[in-house]
Each structure stands twice: as structure tokens, then as C-alpha cells.
Ligand binder design. Structure first.
Ligand code: F6P
Length: 369
């Protein structure tokens, strides 16, 4: 350690919130190494996202804590989906907690631990909470993580590239078994309400059909496409479905009607419903695979390690300058700070004119229309 330069932040608290993803530890290491080695900051690791800050569950992080974690999956800090501005504890299903009390507890612990800034590594929920805490007077800096890649203000979130590689490999592996059995294989990928992961993995894996929430699908169009492939001698097909995909029938429904319809038609996961619809529409033997949490586990890709590390060290620079209320973001070839209100409360969807959509169609992929 050696405090070589002046720093506005003496003590920082760091937490990871929401679903975990590969690259979180690489980002923690990036923030902490630069903050500790270059600026001599004191670092408090907060356990399990905002829950740890509500409960005061913190520990000092020393170099040995953030050494050797660059390639490790998950998060050394633990995480939770605690949303302090919502009443109740989501994780424990205990709805007696009042949000005012939770926010108050966060503010008190922030003071008690002498924090100059809170560094939050998270997706839309965590970053929105970070923004709201900054409005309450806390200094906050955010880093964009999620396998969903659905955050406004950054070109990419860390975690996405690793999940994309896993999804692509899964599609590659389905190809051989689909071919052997002359089947249609439906594979469901995560992504929450956005289609980034399914679109990228679908294009990378050569999906014959890609269904994303941004383009509600028409089962008749999918059926026509699959039958045409079969008639042209292609004995199998791969259908990549985003977990948030929806049909044209659902698109026209009111939210509450859609919910009821979903309860009836989507028993476990959308992949099973789509597989059943395809069988009914085409008579082709169809199987479903739901990749699930495999997409979030394990080591980060090289690209995510680089992104997480550079975002982490850029966050340390903001800490040193006292440039709070920002999220570090990748924009083009640069890491830049953006105001926290930019991503707060928003979801970045695949735009209708996104260049990859036309490319997918040009290589013969059906997008469900
Ligand atoms: O945001 C990441 C993500 O994996 C989404 O893709 C998915 O919808 C959600 O988290 C699953 O959440 P949970 O971990 O709470 O089951």
C-alpha cells in the first residue's frame, strides 16, 4: 500500500447486488487494487448486496482478500435481490420490514462506517437503488454488470460476454443431437425482458429461428419456416428463445389478461410452450432445453475480465476525484462516467432497427414473423 496521490475518498464500501455473473470478482479486484494500492483507501466489503448495508454486515478488505480472484466465478461478497425502497424482505418473505426503516438503516450504517462513497456493482435494480440513495444524500458510484446486457448508458455490461459464450456452446452441442434425431430443438436462454443474449447467441450459433421479446412471434410464421427448411432437405432445426419472448396474441393483451394466459400456457418455461406449439403446427418431433443458471456460473471470459477490470480501475479514479453519482460505462472504445440517472429505472431493449436483426434475416434466420 502507498497513498501516492491525493484522494477525495478515504473509505469506500463495496457491494454486489442482484443476480450474480462472471466478472464480478474481476471488477471487485479492479476497484480494490487501484483504490488500495494507488490511493491507500480503506475498503469495507458489504455482504449480500444492500441487505448487508441494512444489517451492518461488513468487513475490512485487505489485499489478500482481493488477490487471486480475477478468474473466479460468482462474487466473494455474496449478493441478494434486496430492494431497500420496497417494503418487506424479498428473500425471507417477511413483509413486516418497512422500506423507510431499511433506507434509514442504510444511511445510519453509511455514517457509522465513515463511508465517503458506496460502490455498487449491479444491474438495473441495483443501479436504480444506487441512484435513489444518491438522491438521499449518499455518494454512490455504479459499475454495470448483468448477463442480460440490458442497461442504458453503456454499450456492454460485464457478464454478458461469458453468458454468450456458454449459450453459444450449448447451441453448438444441440446441433449434433438435433441432426442425429432429425428433430427440432428449442433452447431457452436468459435475458430477463430483453433479447440481447438470445439474439447474439442465436446468431453466433446459427439458430434457424430466434425469438426475442422485442419481436412478438407468430407461430404460423415459425411453422412455415421450419416446414420450408424440411422440404429443402434440412432434417433438423434449432430454435433459440429468449426467456422473455412472447407471442403476437400476448402482445395485444392487457397485462392482467396476459398474466392469466401465461399461467395457463407457460407451465414452467417458455421453451416448453414454444416446443409444443411447434409440434402442433408442424407435426415435427420437438424437444426443449432450458439452459438456466449455467449461463451465470463459472469463470469469466477474457473479454469480461478486461471489461470488469477496466471499469473497476476507472471507478477507483472517480473515487479519488470525488466524482460521485456516476456509473462507469463502456462507450465505443472508451470507459466514461455517465450520470446515475441515465440507467436508473430503465431497460435497454434491442432496437427495431438493430443491425444484427437484418443480418440474421440475411443468413436465413426466422425472427418469428
Ligand atoms: O438478471 C440476470 C438474470 O439471470 C436474468 O436473466 C433472469 O431473468 C434472472 O436473473 C433470474 O433471477 P433469479 O436469480 O432471481 O432467479
Amino acid at each position: 500500500m502507498g497513498a501516492m496521490y491525493h484522494t477525495a475518498t478515504k473509505t469506500l464500501g463495496i457491494l454486489t447486488g442482484g443476480g450474480d455473473c462472471p466478472g464480478l470478482n474481476a471488477a471487485i479486484r479492479g476497484v480494490c487494487r487501484a483504490a488500495y494500492d494507488r490511493y491507500g483507501m480503506t475498503i469495507l466489503g458489504i455482504a449480500n448486496g444492500y441487505r448487508g448495508l441494512i444489517e451492518g454486515d461488513v468487513r475490512f478488505l485487505k489485499p489478500e482478500d482481493f488477490s487471486g480472484i480475477l478468474t473466479r466465478g460468482g462474487t466473494i461478497l455474496g449478493t441478494s435481490r434486496e430492494k431497500p425502497f420496497k417494503p418487506g424482505s424479498l428473500e425471507d418473505h417477511d413483509f413486516s420490514f418497512r422500506s423507510e426503516d431499511k433506507v434509514q438503516a442504510i444511511k445510519e450504517h453509511y455514517q457509522q462506517f465513515n463511508l465517503d462513497c458506496l460502490v455498487v456493482l449491479g444491474g438495473n435494480g441495483t443501479t436504480t437503488t444506487g441512484y435513489r440513495l444518491s438522491q438521499e444524500g449518499l455518494n454512490v458510484i455504479g459499475l454495470p454488470k448483468t448477463i442480460d446486457n440490458d442497461m442504458v448508458g453503456t454499450d456492454r455490461t460485464f457478464g454478458f460476454h461469458s453468458a454468450l459464450s456458454i449459450g453459444t456452446e450449448a447451441i453448438d452441442r444441440l446441433h449434433s443431437t438435433a441432426q442425429s434425431h432429425n428433430r427440432v430443438m428449442v433452447i431457452e436462454l436468459m435475458g430477463h425482458k430483453a433479447g440481447w443474449l438470445a439474439l447474439y447467441a442465436g446468431l453466433a450459433g446459427g439458430g434457424d429461428v430466434i425469438l426475442i421479446p422485442e419481436i412478438p412471434y407468430d407461430i404460423k410464421a415459425i411453422g412455415r419456416h421450419l416446414l420450408k427448411r424440411a422440404q429443402s432437405g434440412k432434417t433438423f432445426s434449432i430454435v433459440v428463445v429468449a426467456e422473455g419472448a412472447l407471442s403476437i396474441e400476448e402482445e395485444d393483451m392487457e397485462k392482467k389478461d396476459r398474466k392469466k394466459y401465461r399461467e395457463k400456457t407457460v407451465k414452467t418455461s417458455i421453451a416448453y410452450r414454444v416446443a409444443q406449439e411447434i409440434e402442433l403446427e408442424t407435426g415435427m418431433e420437438t424437444r426443449a432445453t432450458v439452459l438456466g443458471y449455467v449461463q451465470r456460473g463459472g469463470i469469466p471470459s477474457a473479454s469480461d475480465r478486461v471489461l470488469a477490470t477496466t471499469l473497476g480501475t476507472a471507478a477507483a479514479e472517480l473515487l479519488a476525484q470525488g466524482d460521485y453519482g456516476k456509473m462507469v460505462a463502456l462507450q465505443g472504445a472508451e470507459i466514461r462516467p455517465v450520470d446515475l440517472w441515465v440507467p436508473a429505472g430503465k431497460v435497454k431493449s434491442v432496437p427495431p432497427d438493430y443491425y444484427m436483426l437484418d443480418s440474421a434475416v440475411a443468413v436465413g434466420t426466422c425472427l418469428g414473423r
